[in-house]
Design a protein around this ligand. Sequence first.
Ligand code: FRU
Length: 472
Amino acid sequence: MIDDTDRFRPAFHFTPEAHWMNDPNGLVYSRGLYHLFYQYYPEDVVWGPMHWGHATSRDLVTWERLPIAFAPDENGWIFSGSAVEDTLGSAGFGPGALVAAFTVHDGEARKRGVVPVENQGLGFSRDGGLTWEKFAGNPVLRNSGEADFRDPKVLRNPVGKGWNLVLAAGDRIKIYSSDDLRAWRHESDFFPDAKDFGVWECPDLFPIKTGCETRWVMLLSQTAAAPNGGSGTRYIVGDFDGREFTARSALEWIDWGKDFYAAVTYSGAPEGKSVLVGWMSNWQYAAKTPTGAWRGAMALPRELALETRDGRYRLTQKPASGFEALPRRLLAERSGALPLSVRGLDLSAADIAFTLNEPRGPFAVELSNGKGERFTVSCDGSVARVDRTRSGTVDFSPDFAPETQILRSDRPISALRLIVDACSVEILFDGGTQVMTNLVFPSEPYSAVSISGLGEGALTASAPIVRAALPR
Ligand code: FRU
């Protein structure tokens, strides 16, 4: 039962119909469908014995919810992982089978304080991803004694015919190879150069073009010490030869907001695109957000590009093409000297863009409603500050809105895009060179946008029009 009275239910972000959701899992594109699996506990609105929930989409905007793909078994709960299309049938499940790799987490052993508790298992589908079975020979990759040994991401080996797998193990990322997705050889360990990160989780490794070069991006999620507190996702650019990852950049934040975690990319997306999906929450307070019958939403799927700027690599992000192609209703357009403001809008699901013309001075964009609740982004040179301390309900956790959040860009900020959808604001700075994702829980939708500061600028607000999911 969908609770239509729930005012925090987004229009174009994926949410489970009911109960708890965290990480995106098994992101694979096959036969025209984007599959989205997710960490799911179908009995409560807090984390519990993990299942893989399942949904599919043709456009990454509208989703069809499908039955649970994997439920806990004697090997354990089904933690995060990935999926690939095994075109040649190398794993023995038939050509074109979809194969999922996940962590089996022995929750009972953990309760008794016994280590190791995490191994890797496989699941497969022979009908294009509609129904799934677990491989009878699980687990296929056993833990050699690490307390944390999880979240396998499978990718094609860039030099051979087989596969690679990366997973997070304590302070390192382990890299494996295989011919058949069942027997895995350990190739190397990569130690990200970071301190106080808590635990690494949900690694990803994928190629991406920049100019005429191909580089490899490793994504890593860390449980603690994100720039604005709690859990966050990072990236590092380098090379990968099928055995070892060599870093060619520092670790960067893929999103500076408080609510973007466990982000990973699609396997096999059309045109070689890198399409990223993250979970919009933070382990600091994920179990306390005030959404009612469901808890957890995915961020808007984003296409990634790699730029080289001043000798540094920079991942840029934009909403995936299905979102950009939605028809829109224009809500407001204003331009001229600041301040600019417009009231009386329905910003429950809106795409708001502001560009500052020369001269560039400090400026701020504020969303507000008739209850005096407001969400503010203030930019001064290359630094942005986001204030959600009065954005709506914030008192469910002291970590939700303790103070202003900060973002440091590497150039003066002059353009913002705010994508608002019931309980979230995703901010793209300067065409997506930096991003900040935040949950908000206003007691009624924001209805005004005001821009203060120096100089002149142009503001547009539109409402994307979302239709029902396209048929499978
Ligand atoms: C990340 C994570 C993963 C784990 C899953 C459990 O948010 O902790 O490391 O597989 O969630 O639900």
